[in-house]
Design a protein around this ligand. Structure first.
Ligand SMILES: Nc1nc2c(ncn2[C@@H]2O[C@H](COP(=O)(O)OP(=O)(O)OP(=O)(O)O)[C@@H](O)[C@H]2O)c(=O)[nH]1
Ligand SMILES: [Mg+2]
Ligand SMILES: [Zn+2]
Length: 285
């Protein structure tokens, strides 16, 4: 039987759409794979032609797997913010931690630059940043260039323009875009289904709902500091090598904050630390 490689780009009921060098094939899965219940959109698979139908035979090892959306083998995450709705940097920081945990490169994408430019200087040197507008089209070519050959997921608050940006990058109207005002009233996200879209050149984009990549972080609170490179920088000057920069005496991070350095990031670090601590306590209750 002839087998060939492909990538799952969409799942609908028990059918999987697999992109192969011979085009997109609608495939079923071998029973044993279905039993494991987990062929994910994003999986690299091998497919066999069985008379007139195509069957997924094997799933290649994954680089990573996200929940909400269920998608695998993600290389880059565009953390999208906009002047409107006003940026939630706590969410941004959580997503950054999540990205580091999953081996994904986070990139801060400042959309709606036709309205205003957001000051994100506290992230300088921490991660790549890009300015763009799905509305005016400025910066879109740069986004396409950044994702060449990579799989990118879009994360961020509802209504920042994730689906609009994907449409602009695909030069299409494939994804549903929502009215800002209507959305906030409904308190609902427009984007639901998981599907990855090919940009050509081996690049894929994944739309997500606004709140994805939020709760997946499950790291010990005392390790959180390792995900904040801007604070790790000062740790050698802290009295204790194990300093978490919360209550310890002679903490160099707190000394720098007192001098006005990066206090926003530090406040949010403390909030995430507290959240992780509470979650851990609940777990061992
Ligand atoms: N002015 C301006 N408006 C934009 C831009 N990009 C998107 N919008 C508008 O912002 C609103 C929300 O856009 P969506 O693309 O639906 O936002 P989303 O992030 O996908 O939202 P969810 O799917 O709910 O998570 C729509 O009214 C868009 O027209 C932009 O660059 N500039
Ligand atoms: Mg959307
Ligand atoms: Zn410290």
């Amino acid at each position: 039987m002839k087998t060939f490689d492909g990538r799952v780009i969409k799942a609908v009921a028990s059918k999987f759409y697999v992109s192969t060098s011979e085009g997109v094939k609608v495939c079923f899965a071998r029973k044993r794979l279905k039993a494991e219940g987990n062929i994910l959109v994003g999986d690299h698979v091998s497919v066999a032609k069985d008379r007139d139908s195509y069957v997924i035979e094997e799933i290649n090892p994954r680089k990573n797997a996200l929940v909400r959306p269920y998608v695998s083998n993600v290389d880059v995450c565009f953390i999208v913010i906009a002047p409107e709705p006003s940026p939630d940097f706590l969410l941004v920081d959580k997503i950054i931690v999540n990205c580091h945990e999953q081996g994904i490169e986070p990139i801060l994408v400042k959309n709606k630059c036709d309205l205003a430019i957001i000051d994100t200087s506290e992230y300088d040197g921490l991660l790549k940043q890009a300015e763009c507008s799905a509305e005016s089209g400025c910066g879109i070519d740069e986004l396409v260039r950044i994702v060449k050959g990579k799989t990118v997921c879009f994360a961020g608050q509802s209504a920042v323009g994730k689906s609009s940006l994907i449409n602009a990058m695909l030069k299409s109207d494939l994804l549903e875009v929502g009215e800002l005002a209507r959305k906030i009233k409904r308190g609902k996200n427009t984007t639901r289904r998981t599907e990855i879209f090919s940009l050509g050149d081996g690049a894929y984009v994944v739309d997500t709902c606004g709140f994805s990549m939020l709760e997946a972080v499950d790291i010990p609170p005392e390790d959180l500091r390792l995900y904040f490179d801007d604070m790790e920088l000062y740790r050698p000057e802290c009295r204790f090598a194990s300093c978490t920069h919360i209550d310890e005496p002679d903490c160099a991070v707190k000394a720098h904050i007192a001098n006005g350095v990066g206090s926003g990031r530090y406040q949010r670090y403390k909030m995430i630390y507290q959240e992780l601590k509470e979650r851990k306590e609940k777990k061992y209750d």
